[in-house]
Every structure is written in C-alpha cells, then in structure tokens.
Write a protein that binds this ligand. Structure first.
Ligand code: 17E
Ligand code: FE2
Length: 438
C-alpha cells in the first residue's frame, strides 16, 4: 500500500471514508469505523502503508479540470503594451505584436510556471489552446515538449488554434495540418474572426476534414462576439451530428448566444441536444471582454449556461487567461471561474450551486474526453484532491484552498490554509484568538 487517505468526506455520500492507493490506482474505498481506524493505525505503524494523509473530514474530489487556457500567452500582460480597450480585438492585435519575440524557451518558462501554479491548486487536467498562426510553430513545438516534460504530475491536452483564422491567414490550413502531424491532440477554429461568413463556414468544413483524417478532438473558439448574427455554433453542431463526432466536439465561448433571440435559441437547442457537443464557458474573461461596445445597459456576454445544463448538455469552465494581452488578471483558480459563472448565470438556486463544482470537475473531464480514467472509484488512477471545505456549497461560497494534491498515487502538492489571529479580547487586552472561518 503506497498511500492511505483517512477520514475523507466524499461527494454525495454520508459518513467518512478511507481511500487506499496501490500501484498508482485507487485500490479501495471503505467507510471508516472504529475498527478500520485501529487497523489503519496498525498498517502505518508496521509499514504496510507507507504514507498517510489525515483528511479530518475534508472533502476528497477528483482533480479540477481547466477546460480552456492559452498557455502560450500566459504572463505576457503589458508586452509590448497594455490592452486599454479591454476588447478581444485589441488583445489579438497586441498578441500579434508579441508573437515575433516568442522563443521556445520563453514559452516553456511561462507555461511551466502556470502549470505549476495550476497543479498546486489541484488542477491536474489542462486543455491549452496554442496559436499556430506562426510559420515557425514556435509555441506549439515548445508546448508539445513541455507536455511530455510534465507528464508525471499534470495531464496536458493541446489544441492547435488558428488565432488569425484558417482561411484568412496565409497558409492557415497547411499550418493547422502540420500541427496535427507534429502531435496536437485537438484541432481548433475561429469562424467569427474569419474575413467573411462564408470563410467561417468553410473553416469549419476544413476543421472536420482534418479532425477525421488525423482522428483528433475538436475545440472551436465559436461566436466569441456580441453579435446576434454570429451563428457558427449551429454549423458546428450540425457537422458534429452528421459526422458522428458528437461528444468529441467542443464549442468554446459561444458568447453570442447571450444575444440571440429566445425564438432562435429554442430552435437551436434541439440541434444542440442531437449533436451532444460540449460547451466551455470562460466566465471571468468573457464578463470582462464582452459588452465593451455597449452603452448602458451593458450585456453580460456569457453563454446560456443555465439553459444548456437544463437541456442536458455538458458545460465546463476555463479561466482562459493568466495575465496576457486579453486579461490583466487571472490566477488559474477554477473556483473563481465557477463562482463567477453562478453569479453571471443567475445560478444561485440551492440545487444550482453545486453545479459550479460539477463544471470544473466532471464536466471538464467530459469536455476533455477523459472520463474513462476520471473519478473516485476503485480501479481508477489515483488522481484526487482534498480541499479545505466539506461540501460544494462551501466550496462555491468560500473558494477555499486545496490542501493536498495527489496524481497517480503520489502527493505532488500541499497547502496550508491562511490562519487569522484576532486581537480583540473582551478585556481589551491584546489576546490572540485563532479563529475559524465564517
Ligand atoms: N484568443 C481568443 O480568440 N479569445 C480569447 N478569449 C483569448 C484568446 C484569451
Ligand atoms: Fe480562448
């Protein structure tokens, strides 16, 4: 026995559990009893169990999943200048000014720092987009190597993302295909940014041909604009349905859906259900980028998470950016993204609040198509986190730290929660009262 977690709380179950790990897998999950506690002490004392974690009633979850981030651009905010308008378009312009200065080592160092920060918070599955509109494919080559370098502690999935368009950027389709030959896991597109609507549609046909030829997943930056006429998601869903790729397809952002008429959404929803595609919302970055051309009242520019979930579709979340040309903030905290999603989406009903946690765990695993090896079940890889809270409502309210992070049976990070001393004694004497949280 390599590791035993004791007295852990599990989602949707009463009682406390002991989770035993052997050969990097979850060997057993048993309810703790006075006997099991005595037996656990003995196993540790005699060396049968090498390492133990006392969860002390805290919640054990499968790892957080970052469904959407741009690791090639992280930590470049202000280079060569700051985004003053706060629009997607100024961000793309600044990024194209920064791109000529990319080197493989520059990308590696920034992306590695971001991955370390993510893993420390319990984010162990990361889907990153990487801009392939670069004749040298510098960022892609760097991230493919980094993915391999970090594989013992985090699972990285790479989407070949044509930031400047497939049809509108010189040799866009060729660069995309070259990226798949080099080993990208998924293929992307950006139809709303192509020169014309027809180019946008054409780019989706090219995308599906490549995905089928190389047997890759699809994740499209789709309708990320406050334009109710941007309707590429219907074509994406129709192609996903007709090709049978269905759940291997993801629509990211889809912020225009916020602005569609309800009549159109009700027609669209039927197709989306047939297609079974996944949705990824980026609540922090899209509340910041969208609505920038609006006078008051300003639109929120978030896709319709609540209605998509109610229709039985899968929705997961991304943080999108960590200090880059698009967003000066960002810390890779998945609970921040989930908390924002609940607010902007009016999902604060008692039964809706736990969906925040669902979207950054299991929902993410579904988008990344990694459900087979994901979850707290005997026989699955021993990937889990122990968070400083007891249930999803508490996680959404307090956004607590992740105390322990375990990947393939190994403890890879631990964090102590902040401790407050309060000096307001009844007598007015300086006293220290370590307090718990609210
Ligand atoms: N590129 C894009 O097209 N959209 C975004 N939200 C980011 C980069 C961050
Ligand atoms: Fe994005």
């Amino acid at each position: 026995m390599e590791l035993m977690v004791r007295n852990a709380r599990l989602l949707n179950r009463n009682g406390l559990y002991r989770v035993a790990v052997r050969d990097g897998k979850i060997a057993s999950i048993q309810e703790e009893t006075p006997d099991s506690i005595a037996e656990g002490d003995e196993a540790f004392a005699t060396g049968r169990c090498e390492e133990q974690i006392h969860a002390e009633g805290l919640l054990l979850l499968p790892p957080y999943v970052e469904s959407h981030i741009h690791l090639d651009a992280v930590l470049t905010a202000g280079e060569p200048r700051w985004n003053e308008s706060g629009t997607l378009f100024e961000g793309i312009q600044i990024w194209s000014e920064r791109k000529p200065y990319l080197t493989e080592e520059d990308v590696r160092q920034r992306a590695l720092r971001a991955l370390q920060g993510l893993a420390g918070q319990g984010v162990l599955h990361v889907r990153t987009h990487v801009d392939i509109c670069d004749p040298q494919l510098t960022a892609l080559k760097s991230l493919l190597a980094l993915k391999n370098e970090v594989r013992s502690w985090v699972n990285v999935q790479i989407v070949a993302f044509p930031q400047m368009g497939i049809c509108s950027y010189p040799k866009g389709a060729e660069l995309l295909e070259e990226s798949l030959k080099l080993g990208a896991d998924a293929v992307g597109a950006i139809p709303h940014y192509e020169f014309t609507r027809e180019d946008g549609i054409q780019s989706l046909h090219i995308l599906f041909e490549l995905a089928q030829k190389y047997d890759r997943l699809i994740d499209v930056h789709c309708d990320e604009i406050d334009d109710e006429h941007s309707r590429f998601v219907e074509m994406l869903a129709a192609l996903a349905y007709r090709t049978g790729l269905k759940g291997r397809v993801t629509a990211s952002h889809t912020t225009a859906m916020h602005s569609y008429s309800n009549a159109y959404v009700s027609k669209l929803m039927n197709l989306l259900q047939l297609s079974e595609i996944n949705f990824v919302a980026n609540p922090l970055v899209n509340t910041h980028l969208q609505g920038r051309f609006d006078p008051y009242p300003k639109r929120r520019g978030m896709t319709r998470i609540k209605e998509l979930l109610e229709a039985g579709l899968n929705v997961s979340l991304g943080t999108d950016c960590i200090m880059d040309p698009w967003y000066p903030l960002g810390s890779g905290n998945m609970l921040h993204a989930a908390n924002m999603a609940l607010h902007v989406g009016h999902m604060t009903g008692n039964r809706e609040i736990p969906l925040g946690v669902q979207m950054v765990t299991e929902g993410g695993a579904r988008s990344l198509d990694i459900m087979e090896g994901y979850g707290i079940e005997e026989g699955r890889p021993a990937n889990f986190i122990i968070v400083d809270g007891q249930d999803p409502w508490e996680l959404m309210r307090r956004m607590p730290v992740t105390r322990y992070v375990v990947y393939r049976g190994k403890l890879i990070a631990s964090t102590n929660p902040a401790e407050t001393s309060l000096y307001v004694g009844r007598s007015g004497d300086p006293q220290s009262h370590p307090i718990g949280y609210l």
